[in-house]
Design a protein around this ligand. Structure first.
Ligand SMILES: [Zn+2]
Length: 241
């Protein structure tokens, strides 16, 4: 509202509390970091007067200093139980909520071996032992071996390995073509699952089969990746598909 005043102020990145102080039970503004000389030099006397007038007129805080107050519903005073309830009500099971959180439940309904569900669960939560996570846990590789097996270019992390790797995208596109799914590859795990699931919903596939193609694809990518790393097995896109 007062860009010229802001320009010449030397108190740009401070809180309102630093712009004045309490004296004799009342709030007194300081000079807002603005020198009279600068006001005259810049020819903004009128603007500065209007600005000061507005600030003096504001009486919103004259009742006293700010204080901290516990504001959880129905609880006048802070208790550990009210704090627990407050957080519990937020229901954040695995980090901030996400529009694709529903996919966690869909996974357990699928008609696939438990081992593969458990794999899917770890993939959803980014808990598979891909190289970036191993590095974080202190298991180090030479830089060259941190690369993705498939493209031998990007560093391996879960999202790259399963979704955004250029080679892996070819596999997804082939599978999509094979089942008649038209749109492009989604490069993120939960949303990818969500869109594949919905595609098969639209094809009237049974509930227990909805995520099977997606899970089979990611599972095979994982097996080929492990075969390539641990047993130096040869692979190619066509065989994988
Ligand atoms: Zn890659």
């Amino acid at each position: 509202m007062f860009p010229d005043i802001y320009d010449i102020s030397r108190l740009k990145f401070v809180s309102v509390a630093a712009m004045g102080g309490w004296s004799d039970g009342g709030w007194k503004w300081g000079n807002f970091g603005v020198s009279e000389g600068d006001v005259v030099d810049m020819g903004v006397e009128e603007e500065f007067a209007v600005f000061k007038g507005r600030m003096e007129d504001f009486r919103g805080w004259m009742d006293g200093k700010d204080s901290v107050e516990w504001n959880a519903p129905e609880e006048a005073e802070f208790t550990v139980a009210s704090c627990y309830n407050f957080y519990n009500n937020l229901r954040i099971p695995f980090g901030p909520s996400n529009r694709y959180d529903g996919v966690y439940e869909l996974l357990w309904k699928l008609d696939v071996p438990f081992k593969i569900k458990a794999f899917g669960w770890r993939l959803f939560l980014n808990r598979l032992p891909v190289k970036d996570l191993l590095e974080i846990r202190g298991i180090h590789f030479p830089l060259d071996e941190l690369k993705c097996l498939f493209c031998d270019n990007s560093l391996e992390n879960s999202n790259h390995l399963f979704f955004s790797c250029l080679v892996v995208k070819i596999i997804w596109n082939e599978i999509a073509r094979w089942v008649g799914k038209g749109d492009t590859v989604v490069e993120e795990c939960l949303s990818s699952y969500f869109y594949w699931h919905n595609f098969f919903v639209s094809k009237k596939v049974k509930v227990r089969k909805l995520g099977v193609v997606w899970l089979a694809t990611t599972w095979i990518i994982w097996l080929v990746r492990n075969g390539g790393y641990f047993r130096k097995e040869a692979w190619n896109v066509n065989n994988t598909v």
